[in-house]
Design a protein around this ligand. Structure first.
Ligand SMILES: NC(=O)c1ccc[n+]([C@@H]2O[C@H](COP(=O)([O-])OP(=O)(O)OC[C@H]3O[C@@H](n4cnc5c(N)ncnc54)[C@H](OP(=O)(O)O)[C@@H]3O)[C@@H](O)[C@H]2O)c1
Length: 237
């Protein structure tokens, strides 16, 4: 049963992959969770509220935050995890690719983060976690993906900016920057090739990213951190 003292996390892109793992982890930490994506199903767990919607639409952010306040009365953590990845040579990107990637990865971060921080300021603290990609800091000729770098790079910069803007008001902002992770984003037949992109010679598991989010959650002196969880990609090739 939830109480006003129960902490609360919002997780976007929560229907599968990393987001679904993050939802499970916050429940294990005892948090009430508001989980959102376009197709997310209602949960059996009474302490998980699900809200369907396109995160590129600011109206979804309004509904998700309203659901958190209505059901739990507070917001302690927002994990901006919803994202898409379109890898193409730069000149092959279409206007639709641009609109989709910018809409989900960046616009999808903006309104929900504004609203969540508004509540965190009233409560006296909170935590924003953005899920980015190691490609931002480690461009790879084998994976041309400038739109990923444009959007997730923006999120990484905004992570630091928010960390500094709110440092004295109890709100932390961090990012987890993954290598390639085994989720439905990557069909099984691509795994061998993707594993070879990492110095450690394997893809990451959802649990690798979830563990990093949980670490950041439990690290009150860490803010503005871009935590690379990428099998060594950020160290070199
Ligand atoms: N997997 C990797 O290798 C990898 C590497 C680096 C970074 N990342 C980042 O990690 C995050 C999670 O990736 P993942 O691998 O878990 O992806 P995934 O398995 O493809 O899941 C993506 C999630 O985002 C949701 N989503 C997609 N479009 C949406 C929209 N328009 N509005 C609302 N929700 C939407 C999906 O749910 P619905 O379909 O129900 O909307 C799903 O829950 C993303 O930000 C991704 O960029 C992943």
């Amino acid at each position: 049963m939830s109480t006003q003292n129960q902490k609360v996390a919002i997780v976007t892109g929560a229907s599968q992959g990393i987001g679904a793992g993050v939802v499970e982890a916050y429940r294990k930490l005892g948090y009430g969770v508001v989980a959102t994506s376009r197709t997310i199903a209602p949960a059996d767990d009474a302490d998980i509220v699900t809200v369907q919607g396109d995160i590129a639409d600011p109206a979804t952010a309004e509904r998700v935050v309203a659901a958190a306040i209505e059901r739990f009365g507070r917001i302690d953590t927002l994990v901006n995890n919803a994202g898409v990845f379109v890898a193409k040579p730069f000149t092959d990107y279409t206007a639709d690719d641009y609109a989709a990637v910018l809409g989900i990865n960046m616009t999808g971060f903006f309104r929900i983060t504004q609203l969540a921080i508004g509540h965190m300021l009233t409560q006296g603290g909170g935590h924003i976690v953005n899920v980015t990609t190691s490609l931002v800091d480690n461009a790879d000729a084998r994976v041309p993906s400038a739109l990923a770098s444009l959007t997730k790079g923006g999120l990484q910069s905004a992570t630091k900016s928010l960390a500094i803007e709110y440092a004295t008001r109890g709100i932390r902002a961090n990012a987890v920057s993954p290598g390639t992770i085994k989720t439905p984003m990557h069909p099984e037949e691509t795994h061998m090739g993707l594993a070879a992109l990492h110095p450690v010679g394997r893809m990451g598991e959802v649990s690798d990213i979830v563990d990093a989010v949980v670490f950041l959650e439990n690290a009150p002196f860490v803010t503005g951190e871009i935590l690379h969880v990428d099998g060594g990609m950020s160290a070199g090739h």
